[in-house]
Design a protein. Structure first.
Lengths: 531, 656, 103
């Protein structure tokens, strides 16, 4: 059941929550020790999440580290968690970024430090919970749990329009998730009626095999919830507001992880639960993704506020993720997952960097800067590397992801690939133009002349990111091999069920699934939890 | 020995890391930084030479079949697999030699040139990074790794053009270079996608082995896409606009990146893919025509410029056009040959220009120079050698390579008389503007200010020695490829033949028969091809000499004539002088319209439509609430009334 | 009690008292009068309980009456306290001038 004989995944999920409870007992006045405690908690969390990566068996395709305890057994709800190669990497990204976020909040947060740190740790539990849940109700609980701390982080520690942004964020996301809840319940009852077993178990519901029209409706409900979270064009407008108002660490987590929960939701829930609808939705999602890529880049180009620029660039990058995912081939999906990680790392770093310069100048308007490279050379170097990663320069992580996505999209439909690739040109344009206006040229504002370069804490925050950027760009195999089998099975499974559902004769097993992508037959190993 | 090929790019990478991290961190002395950078390059050069000789020891047919040196798997995803691996064959080793050799001399020169610059360490870190990327590009054994180098050199180009980033012009030029290159890279990327989609691999060996299975339409599309990439990197029409602006970078950078190495990578790429191109006659024609057009067009823009480096930049574009003309007519080894000789003499010209700037307190406008040849004799002499070479005067390297291209443009299966004519005219223009540059800069009366005049001095040896070495190479570099007709054995082509195949030997083909009537009176039936080659050679030399004579007439003898001509043909003069207003047109068509679109999408569409509709939903709810809340009056009695009415209704329902 | 006095008499009377009380709650403006009207309604209910208890021979109704009276007493105490405070603050106990229970 579990290679360690210890509920490691539960520990990873709830350790931050336990840490948050611990923080409650520390005196509010000792801010420094509160921060230290939170940092230690997040570091320990990161360390205990590492064994997941080390002990993860890349030769097995099913869910690993799985745990299953009945929760509300009358209704078929269970506490069922587990990870595969896809969620594994995102869990690690979460624990990794949380450490950096707490480090970056050292100076930025001045009021209610205790509550802030507690909110962050609860948020971490919520995010990991979403990533490991294998039960729809459990998933939904965690999904909503992530909302509240983020709402508070934006609404309490945010900028001048924080209330507006927080409420918009909350309500917008909520509107989508309520529809999803309805779809979850409908799925529960329909499946129960059909099979006689009323359960919220995700892996069992994969096999539900609903009729196509029902699938369309439910997929639409799920997809709407996730599309708002991603955010896909045209549901993206909460994002710039939320990013602009959120404190730095909030933006990092928002861009780094919370958005990924949307894309992850597609790959874990919406697509495998409703494969027929997902395949039918390829043109819609792909076109929206392409619009997102190009539109996000064009709008990003003209932004005057740094954070807004990065926020719109996120829309563009997440468009790539969705494009790759709906290419439904190995390259596209792997690239898409890799791009989720990349975006978490690079865009997270961009927000950190914007936050650093904001702490010094208390402005984020591009026009207020210029010539910073002269006074802050170390900062300039970090900024440059991160910007290059964001525009997918070969040798950085961004390239591997975007290349595979575009390759996959091109294989699926050359037009998608070509249009998507134009985003690469635009990315260079908006990023470098922004970089030039902020960093190059003569110093036009006297206030900028005396800016201090990065201090040790900031350098320590950024170095892991830089190392990761290069590492992920040069040795992607290190990460790919962990998710390889999971992705192949995801594709195999989804395609097989799509084909059997749409096979004209209705004989599900007789129809041959599209095997051109995935050699060998591994379909049975995806279904059950690895015992 | 050949297995150690990975060391060639490794040395500059180590140099980059050392200078970029340790050198910056500890603020090391300039001598340390400079020596580390130069040593790294020296070692690269040394290993290139050693591997070259090991390769030479092999029998010719084995040279192209050396197994790739694979370091490790890079991206593996499903059936897609790429490695970090290096390929050694005559073509890549020639490129590695040229790149590491020229880079080495330019590094040495830079130690002197950049000596007083505060960004000395940064400069050498970038320069080493560039060489690393360039060597990755030429030694890569698959398209994707080549693309890494391809974008990597673009990055270094960006960083080095914008080296003096405090000023707007370099920063703008750097960004322009990167973005325009990205447009080209877009094409390259699509080419890679197509190759993978049809062949299932991106390794050179596998691709070329499987290529014959492709149909012509596909291969044409692939090669055209790759050519878009090459046109971006090698500054061909219509993507050449970044190169003249790139002259904002330090002069050794212009020399290394924007003349000798990086900009030629497009030519290298096409030569590398010659098998694909050979299968696609339409693409070949496109390459040749674009190359010829660029050669002529850029040369015409070079005629009237006054900025030394800009003249050289247009000249570079024009020469790159020549190389594309060569590969476009199927004379791949001739293209590479010209690439090599061009690296020598154009690198030298830029370094010479740098030396002149050094002497003239940074002046670039040749109108403010003149008569300085006595004060800077080494610079002048080496510059003269390079100018003679680029003008194609017999005996200098440029003569051999350029004449071979012209001959092939005429005689090859893919050639055409018109291509030859365009090439010859461009050659004449080249001779003219290069000698104009030489005359105006070094000869005649000195027009510099008194202040500048006082300081005119020859550069230190660390700068002049690289000049002399490159001057030597500019002379003898051509002798590795003396054509058979002049009694040579054309060693260069023989060496490349295992990769690129023999140079197309055309004596009987369409283009030839087309012009036969013209020369019918002069040519004998036997040995006609041989005579024709000599004849064309003579014509092109004559054209060059005519160009030189005109330059002499206008800029030494009758110096008032150019002005009169300028007045006379004012419209043409203005158009050409302003570079046909292409930059302005691009600005309006692409840059401004994109910005306008972006602003429109943001302000009008995003804020005005998308977000507005979201907020409208919220406002609708708020409005609904504001209506419904009126029910709550706040008066106890109205609530009581509500309670009682409710009770009554319930009772009615109950007793019914 | 004469046999001709059926429970209906009690119910009619209590219904009348209840209706008068309810009308008073809705119509009168003085909070104390409103309050007294509420007490009247409660008393009407009590009367119904007592009558029903008597005729059904059950103690349940009587028991309820005690509850109602207790609650009424407590309510009177709290309610009058509120009125005193309200009068201090607003110098009025007219219910049409007090609309704090809004929104």
């Amino acid at each position: 059941m579990n290679p360690v004989g210890f509920p490691l995944l539960t520990a990873v999920t709830f350790f931050p929550l336990a840490g948050a409870v611990m923080l409650l007992f520390l005196p509010r006045a000792k801010e420094e020790s509160l921060k230290r405690a939170a940092l230690v908690i997040s570091l320990v969390e990161f360390v205990i999440s590492l064994p997941l990566f080390i002990w993860f068996d890349e030769g097995a395709a099913g869910m690993q580290f799985a745990e299953r305890v009945p929760w509300i057994s009358e209704w078929g709800v269970s506490y069922s968690i587990g990870i595969d190669g896809i969620s594994l990497l995102l869990v690690l990204l979460t624990t990794f970024l949380t450490v950096l976020c707490i480090l970056s909040s050292w100076r930025a947060v001045e009021r209610m430090v205790k509550e802030y740190l507690i909110a962050f740790l609860i948020l971490e539990t919520g995010m990991i919970g979403v990533l490991v849940s294998l039960d729809l109700i459990l998933f939904y609980v965690f999904w909503e749990v992530t909302l509240i701390p983020m709402y508070l982080i934006i609404g309490v520690w945010g900028g001048p329009r924080r209330i507006y942004a927080a409420i918009k964020f909350f309500l917008y996301t909520m509107a989508g998730s309520v529809l999803m809840l309805v779809a979850i319940l409908a799925l529960y009852f329909l499946n129960g009626k059909a099979t006689g077993e009323y359960t919220f178990d995700l892996l069992k519901l994969y096999q539900a095999g609903l009729p196509a029209t029902t699938q369309y409706l439910m997929f639409a409900a799920f997809a709407l919830a996730f599309a708002i979270k991603v955010p896909m064009f045209p549901f993206h407008t909460w994002l710039p507001d939320a990013h602009v108002e959120a404190p730095t660490a909030g933006s990092v987590i928002l861009a780094g992880i919370l958005l990924k929960l949307g894309t992850y939701g597609f790959i874990r829930f919406a697509i495998p639960l409703f494969p027929v609808a997902a395949f039918k939705a390829i043109p819609i999602i792909s076109v929206l993704a392409l619009i997102g890529i190009i539109y996000g880049a064009l709008v990003s180009m003209m932004q005057e506020d740094l954070k807004k620029l990065v926020a719109f660039s996120s829309v563009s990058h997440l468009g790539f993720v969705m494009l790759g995912m709906f290419a439904f081939n190995v390259q596209g999906v792997q690239g898409s997952i890799y791009q989720m990680l990349n975006h978490g790392v690079s865009t997270g770093a961009l927000f950190l960097i914007v936050g650093m310069v904001y702490e010094r100048r208390h402005t984020r308007l591009i026009a207020d800067f210029g010539g910073l490279a002269r006074v802050m050379p170390v900062f300039a170097t970090f900024f440059m590397i991160v910007a290059l990663s964001s525009i997918a320069l070969p040798g950085t992580n961004g390239f591997v992801g975007e290349f595979l996505i575009l390759l996959g999209a091109f294989k699926a439909n050359p037009v998608y690939g070509i249009l998507g690739a134009t985003g690469v040109i635009l990315a260079a344009a908006y990023m470098l133009w922004m970089f030039q206006r902020v960093m190059f040229g003569a110093i036009t504002h006297e206030e900028n002349r005396a800016l201090k370069d990065l201090n040790l804490r900031e350098i320590v925050t950024l170095i892991p990111i830089i190392v990761l950027i290069i590492w992920m760009g040069v040795f992607p195999k290190f990460f790919f091999k962990k998710m390889d089998l999971s992705v192949q099975n995801f594709l195999y499974d989804v395609k097989a069920r799509y084909e059997s559902a749409t096979a004209p004769s209705g004989a599900g097993q007789g129809a041959s699934p599209a095997t051109e992508e995935v050699p060998g037959s591994k379909v049975d190993s995806t279904i059950g939890v690895k015992e | 020995m050949i297995d150690l090929v990975w060391l060639i790019p490794l040395f500059p990478a180590v140099g980059f890391l050392f200078n970029g991290l340790i050198g910056k961190w500890l603020d090391l002395d300039k001598r340390v930084v400079g020596s580390v950078a130069c040593t790294a390059l020296g070692l690269s050069f040394l290993f290139s030479i050693l591997i070259f000789f090991s390769l030479l020891k092999l029998p010719p047919e084995a040279r192209a079949a050396v197994p790739d040196k694979v370091l490790f798997d890079w991206i593996v995803s499903g059936d897609f697999k790429t490695v970090i691996g290096y390929k050694v064959d005559p073509l890549s080793i020639v490129m590695a030699l040229v790149v590491s050799g020229v880079s080495f001399f330019i590094h040495v020169y830079s130690v002197g040139y950049m000596h007083d610059d505060p960004g000395f360490t940064r400069y050498f870190a970038y320069l080493n990074l560039f060489v690393f990327m360039m060597l990755t590009l030429v030694l890569a054994n698959n398209f994707l790794l080549m693309f890494v180098g391809w974008e990597g050199v673009g990055l270094c180009s960006y960083l080095l053009i914008g080296f003096w980033f405090e000023r707007d012009a370099p920063a703008n030029a750097g960004k322009k270079a990167f973005v325009v290159n990205r447009v080209g890279d877009f094409g390259f990327l699509l080419g890679i996608f197509l190759i993978f989609a049809h062949l299932g691999t991106v390794g050179f060996n596998e691709v070329f082995a499987k290529a014959p299975s492709l149909d012509t339409a596909t291969v044409t599309l692939i090669t055209l896409m790759l050519f878009v990439g090459a046109a971006g990197k090698s500054a061909q029409i219509p993507l050449y606009v970044w190169l003249p602006d790139a002259m904002e970078g330090p002069t050794p950078v212009s020399s290394l990146i924007h003349a000798a190495t990086m900009v030629t990578s497009g030519v290298y790429m096409i030569a590398r893919c010659h098998l694909l191109y050979s299968m696609a006659p339409i693409s070949m024609a496109v390459v040749a025509i674009v190359g010829a057009a660029t050669a002529l067009y850029a040369a015409s823009m070079g005629l009237l410029q006054f900025d030394i480096k800009r003249v050289l930049a247009y000249s570079t574009i024009s020469q790159l056009g020549y190389m594309f003309l060569a590969v476009g007519v199927g004379a791949f080894s001739a293209g590479i040959f010209h690439l090599m000789t061009h690296a020598f003499f154009k690198g030298l010209l830029f370094l010479g220009a740098g030396s002149v700037m050094h002497a003239m307190s940074g002046e670039l406008d040749m109108r403010k120079m003149g008569g300085i040849w006595k004060r800077v004799p080494i610079t002048f002499l080496t510059f003269l050698v390079a100018t003679l070479a680029i003008a194609g005067i017999p005996g200098f390297s440029g003569f051999f390579s350029k004449d071979e291209i012209l001959w092939q443009a005429f005689s090859s299966n893919h050639g055409h008389l018109y291509l030859w004519v365009v090439g010859a005219v461009a050659a004449g223009m080249t001779a003219f503007y290069m000698f104009r540059l030489l005359f105006v800069t070094f000869l005649g009366p000195c027009r510099a200010s008194e202040e500048v005049k006082k300081h005119i001095h020859e550069s230190p040896p660390i700068m002049t020695i690289p000049l002399m070495v490159l001057a030597l190479l500019s002379v003898i570099g051509g002798y590795v490829g003396i054509p058979h007709i002049l009694g040579g054995r054309n060693f260069f082509h023989e060496f490349l033949a295992p990769v690129l195949g023999g140079a197309p030997q055309g004596t009987e083909h369409a283009a030839f028969s087309l012009v036969r009537p013209v020369f019918a009176s002069g040519g004998a039936a036997v040995g006609e091809g041989v005579n024709m080659e000599l004849l064309l050679m003579g014509v092109s030399v004559a054209v060059a000499i005519i160009g030189i004579c005109i330059a002499f007439y206008l800029y030494i003898w009758k110096t008032e004539v150019p002005k009169r001509l300028g007045e006379r043909f004012k419209t043409i003069y203005t158009i050409v002088f302003n570079k046909y207003y292409v930059d302005e047109i691009y600005e309006v068509c692409f840059v401004n319209s994109t910005k306008k679109l972006g602003t429109f999408l943001w302000r009008r569409f995003d804020d005005g439509v998308v977000d507005r509709s979201v907020n409208l939903v919220a406002e609708l709810m708020a409005w609904l609430g504001s209506v419904l809340r009126r029910i709550q009056t706040g008066y106890v009695q109205s609530y009581a009334l509500g309670i009682i009415l409710g009770a009554v209704i319930i009772i009615i329902f109950l007793i019914r | 009690m004469p046999a001709s006095v059926t429970p209906l008499y009690f119910f009619v009377v209590s219904a009348l008292i209840f209706a008068i009380g309810a009308a008073g709650v809705l119509i009168r403006r003085n909070a104390i009068v409103v309050f007294m009207c509420i007490e009247m309604m409660l008393s009407a209910v009590n009367l119904t309980f007592i009558a029903a208890a008597h005729y059904l021979n059950s103690l349940d109704g009587v028991l309820m009456v005690f509850f109602v009276m207790t609650v009424a007493a407590a309510e009177a105490a709290v309610g009058l306290g509120i009125f005193v405070l309200l009068f201090r603050g607003r110098k009025t106990i007219r219910v049409d001038e007090i609309n704090l229970l809004k929104w």
